[in-house]
Design a protein around this ligand. Structure first.
Ligand code: F3S
Length: 375
């Protein structure tokens, strides 16, 4: 792989964190056949819950001794950093989680604690990024037309520190071409993404054809689910996403008509906000809850930045008895383990809650979830 003089200097840096970061990127580039490195506009680091990385990850982060060279945001942690007690998080976990956040802050990462960095980052079509967090990656590639591979937490930190990433995979235009045309029926975008992810083979990129347009919130839910069930990093939607007609139309065809998912348990927690909610989604919840009181635990997740910007919307949701938590979610927080069955409107959460939290999950549309929460 070609390295410029500046890149070679980073590789030989006296600072072991910088040299190691460069080594990681070069090794990745060589494994995946990159021809060179590209400059990135931003990095996004995932896997920062203490539940995920434990003491070994914490110590590794505390050992880093460099600052990031490009804007670097971070994914949700294992708790709301202010209302952690209300979530049922114990003090030992809180302290370790805060040490992780401090270590990330020390290298210059922004304490965004959200999986929707695309709401706050400056991203344009064609920009190279190094983002970890599968929903952010698929949204950036598919909806924004930016270019990022699915980084790991470590490679995203290495990219943030050097400002570079190896050019392979999604960074190369030709690798972004759809190779299967998927005609979809069914109303729920999250379920559509969930099914597409399950049905397509590992190397298949869909061009989705539907008889309606999807909102950006729907594309977010669809992509998150597809990335969770099918490891996808990009999809195209005919007439809608920025690169859908940049390539030859695939000849291979599939049809999907998505039905409801069977409900297998009675939820004691309803949780909305995977991925973290947008302003429009928060407003929709206000509308659905107007004049009503929730009768079981109802948790809503969004980024702290958005919650602060939309304080009156958040207050209005909480007047119903629902709780709006920030900095975390029902999948990465161990707090979910205090429940037996979680109802979600997210295909990604449906896939991951049983796997990562060992708790049963059932699916419903947003309207159905709220109906259950108030019943
Ligand atoms: Fe975000 Fe958590 Fe879902 S990090 S995409 S809300 S699993």
């Amino acid at each position: 792989m070609y390295l410029s003089r500046e890149e070679e200097k980073l590789l030989e840096s006296d600072n072991p964190t910088v040299a190691k970061s460069m080594e990681i990127l070069v090794a990745l580039g060589e494994i995946y056949g990159a021809d060179r490195l590209v400059d990135i506009k931003s990095a996004h680091v995932s896997g920062i819950s203490y539940q995920n990385i434990g003491d070994a990850g914490l110590e590794w982060l505390e050992g880093l001794n460099a600052r990031v060279a490009v804007p670097t945001t971070v994914n949700p942690a294992g708790m709301d950093v202010i209302r952690w007690k209300e979530m049922g998080i114990d003090e030992g976990f809180y302290r370790k989680q805060m040490r992780i956040l401090k270590a990330l802050e020390r290298i210059g990462a922004e304490m965004s604690l959200t999986c929707t960095p695309y709401y706050f980052s400056d991203v344009s079509k064609g920009d190279h990024l190094a983002w970890a967090e599968s929903n952010a990656v698929i949204y950036a590639n598919s909806v924004l037309g930016a270019r990022t591979n699915r980084e790991s937490g470590i490679s995203a930190i290495a990219a943030g520190i050097t400002g570079k990433t190896p050019r392979y995979g999604m960074h190369v235009k030709g690798n972004r071409a759809p190779n299967v045309l998927v005609k979809v029926g069914g109303d729920n975008a999250s379920l559509i993404g969930y099914e597409i992810g399950k049905l397509l083979k590992h190397d298949e990129i869909p061009l989705i054809v539907a008889d309606r347009k999807f909102s950006n919130d729907e594309l977010k839910l669809m992509g998150a689910a597809m990335a969770a069930t099918g490891n996808k990093a990009i999809f195209h939607v005919e007439g809608q996403t920025p690169e859908w007609d940049d390539f030859e139309r695939p000849s291979e065809k599939l049809e999907i008509d998505v039905k409801e998912v069977e409900k297998t348990c009675e939820p004691d927690l309803v949780a909305i906000g995977c991925p973290h909610l947008s302003r429009e989604e928060l407003l929709r919840i206000v509308e659905l809850l107007r004049g009503k009181k929730v009768k079981r635990e109802f948790w809503v997740f969004t980024s702290r930045k958005l919650a602060e910007e939309c304080r009156s919307i958040v207050e209005s949701i909480e007047r119903s008895g629902a709780k709006v938590f920030c900095d975390t979610c029902m999948v990465v927080s161990p707090a979910t383990e205090n429940f037996e069955c979680v109802m979600v409107n997210s295909g990604k959460a449906l896939e991951y809650i049983p796997k990562l939290r060992g708790v049963k999950a059932v699916f419903g549309s947003l309207e159905e979830c709220i109906k259950v929460a108030i019943s």
